[in-house]
Each structure stands twice: as structure tokens, then as C-alpha cells.
Design a protein around this ligand. Structure first.
Ligand code: GP9
Ligand code: MN
Length: 431
């Protein structure tokens, strides 16, 4: 109902974090590339195997002065995996406690999503490039409701023979074969690339990755480094194209890992490779491995650095919009700008566990981030942790209420026109 919507609004307005003046508008008017690094975890960054960097190109971006990188950034997906990550990044609302929001509500819900906001505020065009079929995760419906103008799914590329693997067109080919569509997008544009090759079970033809990997005996772990290396090369090739045609300096490129690639049950096999002890491996160790990269690369800028702020996928949209010089106050968003002094540093996982700057809470057990050891909280500490837990619960429940009841139909901020999905017909895209 309308009054439920009002309660959500009361919460998000109070939780809102004002932009940081130093960062607001830094990428104003630029094209936006969102590069979705499939199953890519933070430990890959700067990792060497047999003396060789796994992802040399991303490493160079990570530490480049033109990049704002985060090293305490966590994925927050649930069962909707990639689609949950997409939902958080496009709408700054959480995925669902069970299942995928894209699948369950994506066809009918009203969204205040990035493509619509960018179109209406700054006349951006928008497109998704992805090597899998359009119906996967119900994307063909969801994207229309989000206001995506174009969706270049696998039907737009030659995916025959060994050009594609499990989840679709190989990444190098996706980047390469997309440019004929990209070239024709009206600028400024918001273009999202969803890669697929670095996806479980991490199979790849030998000629595609010559990377000499680990020998742990766990085939996921060993092959993960090979496909991650391939993904890195594909980004490098795309960058060299963007540079050649002059798009690079007119753009902000945001790169992020959507979720873990190595599951909790395999983490002990990974432990030694990343310099950790596999004995007594526990829930705290698993939680720490849910870090994924987030980088805002703004070619031409010089103030970039590695930011240690704690945050998660829910925080990306307000951060990006503020970089583009767009106010977010009127939208319903659960995340807060990572650069804001008022940023909320408690990172909620979908199951209500959480990580904060000093403590990690798993199933009600509190660990110290510094020692990795379980805490025996004093009554006073207990009160503080209970409060933090309550904040996490509130945030998740309001997001669920909003999405499960499609409450945005009761709230139309000024300057926002709800999307009419029938305005979009991807089968007649730019083909
Ligand atoms: C496929 C892809 C994979 O289109 O995006 O999704 P995931 O299995 O990671 O959720
Ligand atoms: Mn994924």
C-alpha cells in the first residue's frame, strides 16, 4: 500500500548519504562502461602464480592514478547470483531472500534503474552486451522494465563451434564482435558488458589460455586462474580498442566482480595458494573471501588511489550517479555513496550476516577482523552488536517489502517518468 511505501521512504531518506563534493560530478557527461567480471574475487588482484601475475592488466588499472579502487568491497548476492548483482547495481535494492528477483518479479515490477535515470536526467542511451541467450535470468523482460534501450544478446553474434562455451560467447569475442553495435550508440551512453568465460567449471580451450596455473588437485581452483587470466586479456584488448577509437578518454569505466568463483567448500583448497592456513578454516575466513573488486577508472584523472572503505554492491549506484553529477536524494536506494562521509560501512549479506570495519557477524557469532578470532562480547559490546544486527535486518526487510509488493508503483519522484516496457523491442535493436 501507499503507507508501506511511505515507511520505506522514511527509512531510505534517513539513511541517505550526501555526496562528497570532491567527487561529485567528476565524470560528468562521460560515457559509462560497466564491465561485469564474472565470478571474479578480490584475491586475484595482484596475485602471482609461478612468478607470473594472473591478471596483469586489471592489476595495472587497479593501481593506476586514474582509478579509484576499493579493497574492502563485498558482493552481497543470494541465490540469484549474477542477476542479484545486476539488480543491486542497477537499482540499489537487494535481491530476494530466496530465488532471483529478476526471475520472480522482473517482468512486472516498477524499477528506478540506472538506464532510466541516466536517460531522463542526462539523455544517456543504454545497452547491454552479453554472450548468452536473452532469456537467461529473464533479462529480456527485466531490461525493458529498467529502461535499457538495446540488449545485444547471443543472437547478435556468431556463436558457432568453439566460439562459445558453457554460458555463451567467449569474452574476447564478445568485446570484439560488439564494437559494430557499440559504434552506433548515441553518446553519451551507458553500456554494460557481462562476461561469461570466467564461470564455473572454468573450462577453456588450451589455445585460449596458456597461463601456467596451480597444481592443487582441485580442478575449480586450478582452472579458475586460467579463465581469470583469459578474462584479463579480453579487457586489455577492449581497452586497446577504446583507446584507438578515442572512446577511452571520453568515458568512465567501472569494473566489478559479481560474486565468488570458488565456493566455501573449496576454500580450504585455495587457502595455501593465497598464503592462508587451511587448518581450522572457519566461517570468518569464508566471509573475508567474499571481497570482489570495484574500480572506477576515469582516464585522464590523476587523483586515484586504493580506498579501504567497507562497502558492497548495494552502494554502487549512488556512488556512480554522484560521480556523474546526478543527485540521488529523490530515488529509493538502500546503498550509500562509498565516497560520502556519511557512508554506511556495515555490509549486509543476503542471509543477514554482516561485515563491518572491525567486526564480522556470522550466524550471530562475532569475530574480530583483526585477529580472526571469535569474540566473547561484554554486555555493552553485545548491545552494540545487537544494534548493528537490527540495522541490517531493517535494511533487508524494507528492501524485500519494496520489491515483493512492487511498492514503487506508489512513488513517483519528481523528474522521474515510470518506464513503459513496450517502448523497447530488442529483436529489432540496431541489427
Ligand atoms: C549467464 C550468466 C551467469 O548469462 O550471467 O550467471 P550466474 O550463473 O553467475 O548467476
Ligand atoms: Mn555470475
Amino acid at each position: 500500500t501507499k503507507s508501506e511505501m511511505d515507511d520505506v521512504l522514511k527509512y531510505t531518506r534517513k539513511h541517505y548519504a550526501a555526496p562528497n563534493n570532491k567527487m561529485f560530478g567528476m565524470a560528468k557527461g562521460k560515457n559509462v562502461f560497466v564491465i561485469h567480471l564474472e565470478s571474479f574475487q578480490q584475491f586475484l588482484i595482484n596475485k602471482k602464480i609461478n612468478g607470473k601475475e594472473v591478471t596483469p592488466f586489471l592489476n595495472s588499472l587497479y593501481k593506476n592514478k586514474s582509478t579509484y579502487s576499493f579493497d574492502n568491497f563485498f558482493h552481497q548476492v543470494g541465490q540469484g547470483k549474477t542477476s542479484d548483482a545486476e539488480n543491486m547495481l542497477e537499482t540499489s535494492t537487494f535481491g530476494l531472500p530466496q530465488g532471483s528477483l529478476f526471475t520472480q518479479f522482473g517482468s512486472d515490477n516498477i524499477f528506478q534503474a540506472a538506464p532510466a535515470i541516466l536517460k531522463q536526467q542526462k539523455n544517456y542511451s543504454s545497452a547491454v552486451f552479453h554472450g548468452n541467450v536473452a532469456s537467461f535470468w529473464n533479462r529480456n523482460s527485466v531490461y525493458k522494465n529498467m529502461g535499457y534501450q538495446y540488449f545485444f544478446d547471443s543472437s547478435y553474434y556468431d556463436t558457432s563451434g568453439d566460439k562459445s562455451l558453457g554460458y555463451g560467447l567467449k569474452d574476447k569475442l564478445l568485446f570484439k564482435d560488439s564494437v559494430k553495435y557499440l559504434q552506433r550508440l548515441q553518446q553519451p551512453f551507458y553500456a554494460k558488458y557481462i562476461t561469461v568465460t570466467n564461470h564455473f567449471p572454468y573450462t577453456l580451450d588450451n589455445e585460449d589460455s596458456k597461463f601456467k596455473t596451480t597444481n592443487t588437485g582441485d580442478s575449480s581452483v586450478d582452472n579458475y586462474f586460467k579463465t581469470a587470466h583469459y578474462l584479463d586479456q579480453s579487457i586489455k584488448e577492449f581497452y586497446s580498442y577504446l583507446n584507438k577509437v578515442g572512446l577511452l578518454k571520453k568515458s568512465i569505466i567501472m569494473l566489478y566482480g559479481d560474486h565468488y568463483g570458488i565456493s566455501n567448500s573449496e576454500n580450504p583448497n585455495l587457502a595455501k595458494v593465497i598464503g592462508k592456513n587451511p587448518d581450522n578454516w572457519n566461517d570468518f575466513d569464508n566471509a573475508q573471501l567474499q571481497r570482489v573488486p570495484l574500480m572506477f577508472n576515469i582516464p585522464g584523472k590523476k587523483g586515484g588511489y586504493v580506498d579501504h572503505t567497507y562497502g558492497g554492491e548495494i552502494d554502487v549506484l549512488p556512488t556512480l550517479l554522484h560521480l556523474l553529477g546526478i543527485n540521488t536524494k529523490n530515488y529509493v536506494q538502500f546503498g550509500t555513496d562509498l565516497f560520502s562521509k556519511e557512508h554506511d560501512t556495515i555490509v549486509a549479506f543476503r542471509n543477514r550476516d554482516w561485515v563491518s570495519t572491525k567486526y564480522t557477524s556470522i550466524g550471530g557469532t562475532i569475530y574480530s577482523n583483526k585477529t580472526g578470532k571469535e569474540l566473547q562480547p561484554s554486555p555493552n559490546q553485545r548491545r552494540i552488536f545487537n544494534k548493528m544486527q537490527a540495522r541490517v535486518n531493517t535494511e533487508l526487510s524494507f528492501s524485500d517489502e519494496l520489491n515483493e509488493q512492487n511498492l514503487l508503483r506508489f512513488y513517483n519522484p519528481s523528474g522521474f517518468t515510470p518506464i513503459n516496457p513496450s517502448d523497447y523491442n530488442y529483436t529489432n535493436g540496431l541489427q
